[in-house]
Design a protein around this ligand. Structure first.
Ligand code: 3H9
Length: 708
């Protein structure tokens, strides 16, 4: 018989605590099942109920052994993120886990789904661990800018050795059952029935004295392996504090007793909890989960899609095809002629061969996925598809022609999407008989890897089409953000302002290498000029030419890219662009710097030097001002959506939480002041977003808009 246990013992007067733990006995084994949907987070109620149940089990003569397990889809996702940042409430997780470890009766933990963070740490306190064969375990706190705070940094090295422990703690990666067994993180894998096998394991320990992991010493590491792991963690940390603290804490497990190491860990945990980095990462975690939730879509059922048509098998088209094949869809890939189709198929196959080489898939998986791919040069075969995505070159005329053809060939019930990254959707929608079934699905290159998907909502796009696109995003494991229609949508529109701002600074005395260094120090993997060289300056040049006719003459325009391209400096592929490329190394080019200086002097603007901080602030102010315009125009629904786009599609450092979150942390007054001091309209200063000005005058920040 089972009892539902609430944490009433700790409830304030009048406060009802939820039932979060079911307790029953199987013979001499007390089974404690955490039941706190959706992910069994170790909230205060769970900790209280577990502590009470463990203590009760100690005093019950009928109980000789204890099993802790979880109900639902997962053991536990760990500490309750909604409690973070608030004063911690007793019982604290480390105390509960110490109590479990000290139990005179053996404790077994059964992990299924995901045993993460505090969930993994509960297991480390137990005397034996068993995992379901499809279960995962890990300490992902670092992804939230944190470290394990309930003994994980001190117990894990004692169990699996310091090198493996540092790897798991600093990367936050989850390991599957087989790897967990190999590492010694679990004692057994349940082959058939986790619950039954865990009860048997618990029963088998009855009467045996259980060793306590915290009293063990950490096995010494091979010095070379340890140094290599430390170097790897430092290299990959790139400005993030938590991985660097992980090195210190895991090292301490080698020299300090647990009783001294644990308080150090606890201190580090709270310091990190209060850090801007953790706030930024937690903001993104919640933003990701909110992005797809729109009140207007709450009661709209997405359509079920099976067969996807993709027109155009270039870099984008083939990447999109792989993204859908990987998610289990059937894909029809269309090209204009046999040669282009063959080249596209080779691209798709090449992506799979690369995945095999890197160990991500095996040959069977490649064959299975390719068996769902139907190549063709006949557009009429698309008639059986549920969704068709065009991924042809970026030319409005060609895209409209394609839509007209589709209108004659395919049923009006089909969803049609464009993968354009900046073109207006309305003229394309006009060419279709059912514009309500048309929208943008803007994938980022490489489409099968990049997490971001901008879903572009045209004027007539139906709610069902939108809801279906969000469901596709989930199935493709993408972070999908809805954008309205404007040049460049959310991401490329902000990127354009970011780049323009960098070019303005070139006219005021900064050099490309100074701006790149400042932005790399800010956390970007590559500075903006180095990125332009990588992508090819001809792309920026073509865009400038396309926009020349419609450019407002009052907008400040920096023609340096034109000058570089006129000299054949197309970037890395030409061996020269903003930089020179010598034997694959990027080096500043005095000729370019002289050209920049001469151009800057010719503008007549005052010249000065820029600090890295000033460069960063100018760039952020430009991005945030444009973000505020995007919000004001209703192109993005929430500031957090903009953060998701910039972090997941454009390399904005995730630990800064995205530009809008970062601006809140900086203070919008300062951001506004920087923007106002920038000359972005020749002789007319800077166009401040009304929303930004309004927030500053009402002393609010972007986070106050997030729910909207
Ligand atoms: C920690 O453990 C600290 C300790 O070391 C020390 C403490 C002293 N808390 O992602 P999903 C919600 S730090 C509260 O869509 P999935 C989530 O917001 C923690 N809520 O599902 C969402 O809510 P809603 C270390 C949480 O199947 C719902 O659950 N742990 C938590 O794609 C479903 O989530 C982590 O960092 C939480 N911890 O993925 C793990 N986790 O339905 C973080 C999720 O209202 N979690 N929710 O939108 C994950 O990685 C994924 O959620 C998981 C499931 C893999 C578990």
């Amino acid at each position: 018989m089972s009892t539902a246990v609430s944490a009433a013992g700790d409830a304030d007067e009048g406060e009802t605590m939820p039932d979060v733990l079911r307790v029953w006995r199987d013979g001499e084994v007390a089974v404690l099942e955490i039941d706190n949907p959706p992910v069994n987070a170790t909230s205060q109620a769970v900790r209280r109920a577990l502590l009470d149940a463990v203590q009760r089990a100690q005093s019950e003569p009928e109980t000789l052994s204890i099993l802790i397990c979880g109900a639902g889809r997962t053991f536990t996702a760990g500490g309750d993120i909604t409690e973070f940042g608030k004063p911690p409430r007793e019982p604290h997780l480390p105390d509960l886990i110490n109590r479990i470890e000290e139990s005179g009766k053996p404790v077994v933990v059964a992990w299924h789904g995901t045993a993460l963070g505090g969930g993994c740490e509960i297991g480390l306190g137990a005397h034996k661990r068993i995992i379901a064969k499809d279960g995962f375990v890990g300490l992902p706190e670092v992804k939230l800018g944190l470290l394990p705070g309930a003994g994980g940094t001190q117990r894990l090295p004692r169990l699996v050795g310091p090198v493996a422990a540092l790897d798991l703690i600093a990367t936050g990666r989850m390991v599957g059952a087989e790897e967990a067994l190999r590492l010694g993180l679990v004692d057994a894998i349940a082959r058939k029935d986790l619950r039954a096998e865990a009860i048997e394991l618990a029963r088998g320990l009855i009467g045996q004295m259980q060793p306590r992991l915290s009293l063990r010493s950490t096995p010494a590491a091979e010095p070379e392996a340890w140094q290599a792991m430390v170097a790897k963690v430092n290299r990959e940390a790139r400005g993030r504090i938590a991985p660097q603290r992980a090195i210190e804490l895991v090292s301490q497990s080698l020299t300090l007793p647990f009783s001294l190491g644990q308080p150090n860990e606890r201190r580090a945990f709270f310091e990190l909890m209060n850090s801007e980095q953790s706030r930024g990462l937690r903001h993104l975690f919640l933003a990701e989960r909110e992005a797809g939730k729109r009140p207007e879509l709450a009661s709209v059922t997405p359509r079920d899609l099976h067969q996807i048509g993709i027109i155009g098998a270039g870099t984008m088209g083939s990447g999109i095809a792989v993204a859908f094949l990987d998610a289990g869809y059937k894909v029809m890939l269309v090209e204009a002629d046999d040669a282009a189709l063959q080249a596209g198929l080779e691209r798709v196959n090449g992506l799979y061969l690369r995945a095999i080489r890197s160990g991500r898939i095996d040959e069977n998986t490649r064959l299975n996925r390719l068996s769902n791919l139907a190549p063709t040069t006949e557009m009429s075969r698309l008639a059986g598809c549920d969704l068709v995505i065009e991924a042809i070159f970026e030319d409005m005329g060609a895209k409209i022609e394609l839509m007209k053809k589709l209108a004659n060939l395919v049923p009006a019930s089909m969803l049609v999407a464009t993968n354009t990254s900046y073109l207006d959707l309305e003229p394309m929608a006009d060419a279709l008989p059912a514009p309500e079934r048309f929208l943008g699905l803007h994938f980022f290159s490489p489409a099968h890897v990049m997490k971001l998907l901008e879903i572009v909502r045209a004027r007539r796009t139906s709610l069902q089409a939108l809801s279906t696109a969000l469901a596709i995003g989930r199935k493709l494991k993408k972070i999908a953000v809805i954008s309205g229609v404007c040049e460049g949508f959310i991401g490329n529109r902000i990127l354009a302002k970011f780049r323009a701002q960098c070019e303005f600074m070139l006219e005021e005395g900064a050099l490309p290498r100074e701006i790149d260094a400042a932005m790399e120090a800010f956390g970007l993997a590559m500075g903006p000029f180095a990125v332009q060289d990588l992508a090819g300056l001809d792309i920026a040049w073509a865009r400038r030419k396309r926009l020349a006719a419609t450019r407002d003459p009052a907008d400040r325009d920096v023609p340096l890219v034109d000058r570089l391209c006129e000299q054949g400096r197309f970037g890395q592929k030409a061996g020269k662009g903003w930089y020179l490329y010598e034997n694959g190394h990027r080096v500043p080019d005095p000729a370019v710097e002289a050209m920049v200086r001469a151009h800057a002097a010719a503008t007549g603007r005052p010249q000065r030097s820029f600090s890295a901080q000033e460069i960063q602030n100018r760039v952020v102010a430009a991005m945030v001002n444009e973000g505020a315009k995007i919000l004001g125009e209703g192109i993005a629904a929430r500031p957090a959506d903009i953060d998701l786009v910039l972090v997941n599609g454009y390399g904005f450092p995730n630990w800064r939480g995205g530009p809008m979150h970062y601006a809140d942390a900086l203070g919008l007054k300062q951001v506004l002041a920087v923007a106002q001091n920038t000359e972005a309209r020749d002789g007319r200063g800077f166009e401040v977003a009304p929303l930004l000005a309004e927030l500053v005058s009402s002393q609010r920040n972007f986070s106050t808009l997030n729910g909207g």
